[in-house]
Write a protein that binds this ligand. Structure first.
Ligand SMILES: [Zn+2]
Length: 166
């Protein structure tokens, strides 16, 4: 029998209805977190995928913001800023990790952003389903754009925070 599915309460993806671990503050259904772990493992297993991994983490983090806490406030702020830099400012995804490290030094400036109800039409599932490098990289890019657009109400604030990195 096929595993029953549910919709992740945070990103809306259709995921297996399973028990399992979830991240400490990136709140998701266990089946959604399982997809993310498998996508991450794929990206680490092959040098062709590694360059998009930061974008994968960014998109997943902002689609699963969780509840307000110092960690989640910082997570949403830096991952949205990274998406902004890559999607709108053409920063290379592999350079985004350094950008996030620099921006994290300004965490005192961040505050909680109320997450949008709809967090984007593309989720980790579309990436998980791809079967080759090219399709995977394209799906991650589309996912990142979708996640960034979903937070449009906060774009001006995020751009201001991104500007803290000189
Ligand atoms: Zn999810």
């Amino acid at each position: 029998m096929p595993t029953p599915t549910i919709h992740c309460f945070s990103c809306g993806a259709e995921v297996p209805d399973i028990e399992g671990p979830v991240h400490r503050y990136l709140a998701s259904a266990p089946g959604c977190w399982a997809y993310f772990t498998e996508v991450s493992a794929r990206e680490y297993s092959d040098i062709n995928y590694v360059r998009c991994h930061q974008l994968t983490v960014d998109a997943y983090a902002v689609q699963h913001p969780g509840q307000p806490s110092p960690q989640s406030i910082q997570s949403v702020a830096v991952h949205l800023a990274s998406l902004y830099m890559v999607v709108e400012r053409n920063l290379q995804a592999r350079e985004a990790t350094g950008f996030i490290q620099q921006l994290s030094q300004h965490k005192a400036a961040f505050h909680w952003l109320e997450p949008p109800e709809n967090k984007g039409s593309i989720t980790v599932v579309q990436v998980w389903k791809t079967e080759n490098v090219q399709a995977h990289l394209q799906a991650v890019r589309a996912w990142a754009e979708s996640a960034w657009l979903a937070w449009a109400a906060h774009h001006e604030q995020v751009k201001e925070w991104a500007g803290l990195v000189g």
